[in-house]
Write a protein that binds this ligand. Structure first.
Ligand code: NAP
Length: 306
C-alpha cells in the first residue's frame, strides 16, 4: 500500500470514476476519495455502494483541498466543469481527465486552470459498454494502457506522480503527443465504434431480417457489433463531435478499402480477398501477442455461462 495522493476528487461517478475508486482502494493510493456527480440519484447510489469516502453535492466542494482532481465526465461538459472548479483548486494540485479525445479536452479545460495547478490530460484505454456508478470494478485498468499527454513544460514530478498512480491501478502508462493520440484512437477505437453502430443500424433496417432473427442468429461476429453498439450514446456522440478531423480522415480511408473489397467480390477476385484477410489475421495475432486480448475461441466466452 503506497499512498500517492492525500485527497483525490472524482468529478463524475460513472464507469471510469467508480472503477478508479475501486482500484485506488485496493492499492491504497489515496488518503481520501471524494466524489460528486450531476444527479442526486447517482450521488445516492454512490453513497449506498460506498466506494468513495465522501460524496458531496457540488463540484466546487469536491475539489476543495484535493491534490488530485479527476474529470471523469462526458467530453461535452469538460469545459463547463473546469470553469466551475478553476477558482477553487488547491495550490500545487494536479488536474487530470479520462476523456476519450484529447485535443478538444486540452483546449476546453486549459484556459480555466490557474498557473499554480498542473493540468495533465489522460486517457485510460479501458472500458465496457456499461455506464454509471454500479458498472465499475477494480480490475478494469489491469494490463491496459493509460495514455498521458502532458504539455512540453509540464512539471516532471507531477507527471511522474500521476504515472505511478495509474500504474498502481494496474495500467501501463505511455505519454504521447495530443494530436497523435486522437489519430491513433480514431483508428483503434472511434471508427470501429462508428462501424459497429452502422452495422447494427443496417441489420435493423433490413426488413427481411426480423428482429428476432437478428437476435437468434447473432452468434457470429454480429453479436460483438451489438455489444459495441450498446455503448453510451452521450459519450460516443461527444467523441465524434470532438474528434471530427481524425475520424473523418480514417473513415475516408475505410470507405476506399471497402469499395476495393466490394469490387473484388463483384469481379470474383479471390486473390485480393485472400491476401487482404491474411494480412488482417496477422494484425489480430499481434494484438494477442501484445497481451491486449485473449486467444481463446469466441473471445473466451465459450464454456462460460453468461
Ligand atoms: P458514465 O458512466 O456515463 O458517467 C459519467 C458521469 O459524469 C456520471 O456520473 C454523470 O453524472 C457525470 N456528469 C455528467 N455531467 C456532469 C456535470 N456537468 N457535472 C458533474 N458530473 C457530471 O461515463 P464513463 O463511461 O465513466 O465516461 C466518463 C469519461 O471517460 C468520458 O469522457 C469518456 O470519454 C471517458 N472514457 C470512457 C470509456 C468507456 O468505455 N466508457 C473509456 C475510456 C474513457 P450523472 O450520473 O448524475 O448523470
Amino acid at each position: 500500500m503506497t499512498q500517492i495522493y492525500e485527497r483525490v476528487a472524482l468529478i463524475g461517478l460513472g464507469l471510469i470514476a467508480s472503477s478508479m475508486a475501486h482500484a485506488m482502494r485496493r492499492a491504497g493510493l489515496a488518503g481520501e476519495i471524494v466524489g460528486t456527480a450531476r444527479s442526486a440519484e447517482t450521488r445516492d447510489i454512490t453513497r449506498e455502494l460506498g466506494f468513495c469516502d465522501r460524496v458531496v453535492d457540488t463540484v466546487t466542494e469536491a475539489v476543495e483541498g484535493a491534490d488530485l482532481v479527476v474529470l471523469a465526465v462526458p467530453i461535452g461538459v469538460m469545459s463547463e466543469v473546469a470553469r466551475e472548479i478553476g477558482p477553487h483548486l488547491a495550490k500545487g494540485a494536479t488536474v487530470t481527465d479520462v476523456g476519450s479525445v484529447k485535443r478538444a479536452v486540452l483546449d476546453a479545460v486549459s484556459p480555466h486552470i490557474p498557473d499554480n495547478v498542473e493540468f495533465i490530460p489522460g486517457h485510460p484505454l479501458a472500458g465496457t459498454e456499461h455506464s454509471g456508478p454500479r458498472s465499475g470494478f477494480a480490475e478494469l485498468f489491469e494490463n491496459r494502457f493509460c495514455i498521458l499527454v502532458p504539455s512540453e513544460n509540464a512539471d516532471v514530478d507531477a507527471v511522474d506522480r500521476l504515472t505511478v498512480f495509474w500504474e498502481g491501478m494496474g495500467a501501463n502508462v505511455e505519454t504521447m503527443d495530443v494530436d497523435h493520440h486522437d489519430l491513433v484512437l480514431a483508428v483503434t477505437s472511434h471508427t470501429p465504434h462508428l462501424i459497429a453502430y452502422t452495422m447494427v443500424g443496417v441489420a435493423d433496417d433490413l426488413r427481411r431480417v426480423t428482429d428476432s432473427e437478428v437476435i437468434k442468429y447473432s452468434a457470429a461476429g454480429f453479436r460483438d457489433f451489438t455489444r459495441i453498439a450498446a455503448s453510451d450514446p452521450t459519450m460516443w456522440r461527444d467523441v465524434f463531435l470532438n474528434n471530427k478531423e481524425a475520424t473523418l480522415e480514417v473513415l475516408g480511408r475505410f470507405t476506399e478499402e471497402l469499395f476495393a473489397l466490394q469490387r473484388a467480390i463483384r469481379t470474383g477476385d479471390g486473390e485480393h480477398l485472400f491476401d487482404y484477410f491474411s494480412h488482417t489475421r496477422a494484425i489480430r495475432r499481434g494484438i494477442v501477442e501484445a497481451g491486449q486480448d485473449t486467444d481463446a475461441p469466441d473471445f473466451g466466452r465459450m464454456g462460460k455461462k453468461s
